[in-house]
Design a protein around this ligand. Structure first.
Ligand SMILES: Nc1ncnc2c1ncn2[C@@H]1O[C@H](COP(=O)(O)OP(=O)(O)OP(=O)(O)O)[C@@H](O)[C@H]1O
Ligand SMILES: [Mg+2]
Ligand SMILES: [Zn+2]
Length: 513
């Protein structure tokens, strides 16, 4: 979870509306939002929930925060405004009662215009840290603040005064309000979030037998205190411990890198406006080759980054009227109608489709298209399989990376790095920003990796992942100088039975023993 504190003063134009008790949003249509109308109580803690890609950030940051920033900018003199970016009004019919609000997002804030975006790694939260965070949220509210939180942790949802649940699905299958009300109401609502709220993963009672061990001796990276530990191989190992206890130092600093170790970290994914899931994952390569072969022309024609690009928009599909401000007004390119390719390129077909039609397909559609028949392309199919495996079957191949939601970006990266060949996979907090339903899917993926003979080592705070581990290595007891030691090694059942560490205590409480 990450925090952005807004300290703006309400504009004079807003002070009348401020006397009301609600922030009212009517007809929001930003990104995938389908005419969303909600009322958010002021001076309360409201938590926005929903699966990854459901539209939470589009509502909280893309609509509410964006509009309040725009209104604040309008209160400056014309002279000052000349030096500020012109913000487009978000697509929303009515937004009133805007007030000073504190907005909290669980992930880095993407395209959010106010944040200082991409600069610190997300610090995942141990259940112990979540408790402290909850205390802070309550104190902020009790001081009279309106607190808006985007969060998946059931422990945080549980303390909300008001919940807005978006969905029901992701992308085009999301974007509507499925539930508004109390946590009790959410539980009874039958929405995906409501149904998963009380999920308690059972402790893994049939742990796998290791095939060997990775021996770490006298590790002293950062705060590690001369750590000796054997990390079992051929099983699912979860490394736990409060924030700052030394988990990343152990895993990234002490596991010998190189042959056979694939390390999937938390760094943000990089990409320009022209990058999309097809270019980022390497999927475009086999697709371009298949198009070239079928038509007897060069592969480079089928890339909107090179020869085949529409000359008017340079392959971006949009024309920015204000180049100084990328978040400014973008209009669809008239030349290619947003298809991004030069017209002549679209005369070439594969399996009856042109390249822009292929890039408009969802992962699921493309999987079928490249799976059989004239367009059969095994190289493309393998990459599409991995994207579907991480739960992104609905995502379209050509959607700009800059517009993906936090959890979507995280999983596109995961699917891409999973393709690297190796025997040991190291994942740093792969559940960051994922809904409980998305976590289930990820756990299935990790289990399949181990069952296929790989070793998987995961740094995790998510208790469902801890519960499913074959082996837990717990670092602590505290953070920084108070951490850096192994405080527990064993099975999930053992750590719960022992309750000798913070992780053990919390896991025991979580599974309800
Ligand atoms: N310009 C765009 N074109 C098409 N789809 C878009 C565009 N911008 C956003 N989307 C889609 O809208 C959906 C909602 O995005 P949003 O960032 O609001 O999700 P979220 O609920 O915050 O998800 P997460 O929990 O992963 O952060 C996503 O599927 C995203 O890919
Ligand atoms: Mg989001
Ligand atoms: Zn164009």
């Amino acid at each position: 979870m990450r925090m952005a504190t807004r300290t703006d003063t309400p504009s004079p134009a807003l002070s009348v509306a401020d006397s009301h008790e609600l922030i009212r949003v009517q007809g929001a249509r930003v990104n995938n939002l389908e005419d969303v109308s909600v009322e958010i109580p002021k001076r309360r803690l409201t938590v926005f929930t929903g699966v990854s890609g459901s539209g939470k950030s589009s509502l909280v940051f893309g609509t509410i925060a964006a509009e309040s920033q725009r209104l604040i900018n309008e209160t400056y003199s014309a002279f000052v405004q000349g030096f500020m970016p012109t913000l487009a009004r978000p697509e929303v019919d009515l937004l009133d009662g805007l007030t000073t609000a504190i907005l909290v997002d669980q992930e880095r804030m993407g395209a959010d215009v106010r944040s200082n975006v991409f600069d610190e790694p997300t610090a995942g939260m141990h259940p112990h840290d979540v408790q402290r965070m909850n205390g802070l949220l309550h104190r902020l509210r009790d001081k009279g603040n309106t607190v808006l939180v985007v969060e998946h942790e059931p422990e945080t949802i549980a303390i909300a005064d008001h919940v807005v649940d978006l969905g029901p699905g992701a992308g085009a299958a999301g974007g509507t309000v499925c539930f508004e009300g109390t946590v009790e109401g959410l539980r009874a609502s039958g929405t995906t979030t409501g149904r998963h709220l009380d999920d308690r993963a059972a402790i893994n009672g049939t742990v796998r037998t290791p095939t060997g061990a990775l021996e770490i001796r006298s590790a002293t990276t950062h705060n590690l205190c001369d750590v000796d530990v054997d990390i079992p191989l051929g099983v699912l190992v979860v490394i736990t411990g409060v924030a700052g206890s030394g988990k990343s130092s152990l895993v990234h600093g002490s596991i010998p890198a190189g042959a056979g170790v694939v390390s999937i970290d938390q760094s943000a994914i990089r990409g320009s406006r022209r990058s999309n899931p097809a270019t980022y994952t390497g999927l475009l390569e086999p697709i371009r080759k298949a198009f070239a072969k079928a038509n007897g022309v060069k592969p480079a024609l089928f890339s909107a980054n090179s020869e085949g690009a529409c000359p008017n928009c340079n392959g971006t599909g949009v024309i920015y009227t204000d180049l100084a401000m990328m978040a400014g007004v973008a209009t669809t390119c008239e030349e290619c109608e947003g298809k991004r390719f030069e017209a002549s390129v679209l005369d070439y077909h594969l399996g009856g489709r042109d390249i822009s039609e292929v890039l408009a397909m969802s992962v699921t559609e493309a999987k079928e298209f490249f799976g059989t028949g004239e367009a059969h392309t095994p190289g493309a199919h393998a990459i599409l399989d991995r994207l579907a495996d991480v739960g992104l079957g609905y995502l379209s191949l050509g959607q700009p990376l800059t517009t993906l939601s936090g959890g979507e970006r995280q999983r596109v990266k995961l699917a891409t790095q999973m393709a690297e060949k190796g025997g040991v996979y190291v994942l740093d907090e792969p559940t960051t920003g994922l809904h409980l339903a998305d976590v289930e899917q990820l756990l299935g993926l990790l289990d399949r990796l181990v069952d296929s003979g790989k070793s998987v080592i995961v740094i995790e705070h998510h208790q469902a992942v801890m519960a499913r581990a074959d082996w837990i290595i717990d670092l602590g007891p505290g953070a920084g100088h108070d951490g850096g030691r192994i405080v527990f090694e064993g099975t999930p059942a053992d750590i719960v039975a022992a309750r000798s560490t913070l992780t053990g205590e919390h896991l025991a409480a979580y599974i309800g023993t």
